[in-house]
Design a protein around this ligand. Sequence first.
Ligand code: BES
Ligand code: MN
Ligand code: ZN
Length: 496
Amino acid sequence: MKFTIKSEKPATVKTGCVILGVFEHRKLSRAATEFDKSTRGLLKKLLQNGEMDGKSEQTLMVHYPAGANCERVLLTGCGKADEFDSRTYNKAVASATRAVNQSGATDAVSYLAELDVTDRDSYGKVKSLAEITRSSLYTPDQLKSKKDKNSHPLRRMGINMAAGEGRIARKALIDGIAIADGVELARTLGDLPANICTPSYLASQARKLGKTCSYLKVSVMDEAGMKKLGMGSLLSVSRGSREPAKLITLEYKGGNTGDKPVVLVGKGVTFDSGGISIKPSPTMDEMKYDMCGAASVLGTLKACVEMELPLNVVGVIPTTENMPDGLASKPGDIVTSMSGQTIEVLNTDAEGRLILCDALTYSAKFKPEVVIDIATLTGACVIALGGHAAGLLSNDDDLADELLAAGKTADDRAWQMPLWDDYQPQLKSNFADMANIGGREAGTITAACFLSRFTEKYRWAHLDIAGVAWKGGHKKGSTGRPVSLLTQFLLDRCTD
Ligand code: BES
Ligand code: MN
Ligand code: ZN
């Protein structure tokens, strides 16, 4: 998709499709009113005839409007004008994109970024227009030999802005496209099956990303290296699989030397069968998505590179399969983590925390400003928050607030849960320093409590993305979350 910033009148612009906003009830936006005047009241007539009311996500395509230079005009419902916020704006952009893409128009000019959005400035509107347009067109057809081909796909999108806003709009466009590229990378990796997207494959993808930028350094540690560092917990998970585990590190140095980095740690279980505590068969295929934390770290770093963010960011990705091989951990096995703490593995399906704990101990070596781990960690989080918000737990409330705010801005929200000491006793083991499970109650919190025992040396937050990283059922597919949240968090740190 090629985006350009424009400043032209809607009735005179030459394009396959002009996209205009309409509010409830049949209230034309400024650009739509102007268009209506040039086309002798065409839009008002259609609305009066009941063709459309302006409800959120409604669209109405009109062909060859007399008096205008475009081949089509798409009216896009935006809901109530005084309640038009970033979430409704994003929905309008998404439904407009889908409608235009199916219409045969290969280019379009959108007037949606000119609308007043209660919680967004011009920069934010253009940035999300690029992001949402791109993500609305994503299809997971990488491995289909015959693609459902659209012979006239949408290829060029003009974004109309007031003449004085060109500079800010162009900056927003660069950022929006960078984030769209990051989200797309995360989705593509997530949707790949586990026989292709192995730990070694993730490592090769990281190396490939490293080649695109001279100040992104990528290194991959193999199992021998992990053994030397004493990562007995991570290695206990990979022992059950034929695929060798990898510990991937990506160091992006966009900031000054000496600036402490933000460290992002992503769970990269490329397939989670549960191990000896094997999972039931229905929907087990979805456990190919158990590397979406890792994918979000790669996607976020890709966006950092493209935006040339003036920050230091480190990505750390422990990646392995969780399989029930003859060498796999057995319930009751006790392993020693890199921190020296011993862990009784009461359930081999609680493997995410076992690989993260060693990656978190390892992360201290970067002398981090903050550490954020991102993981499809608990089914309990899906029960608690569904597919709407990621679970957020932190040992630092300022950091938690920053992440919550970034999630709101990016429309990629998180919701905080408590990390009170009251929950810690659930992890007691009779035989080791701790057990790897804390019982049925508060499963998301006890998983975070487990991780908190490895993060005492720095400010840390944990994002449980089990509910948001992919959609199941009919619309099965990766979402790319929380790349938008993470990039927004990093962007917000640049303006300080
Ligand atoms: N990857 C899963 C978490 C998961 C399950 C995410 C379902 C999305 C949907 C994780 O490794 C896991 O299996 N967690 C267990 C922990 C339990 C054994 C304490 C869970 O949530 O059931
Ligand atoms: Mn598991
Ligand atoms: Zn898992």
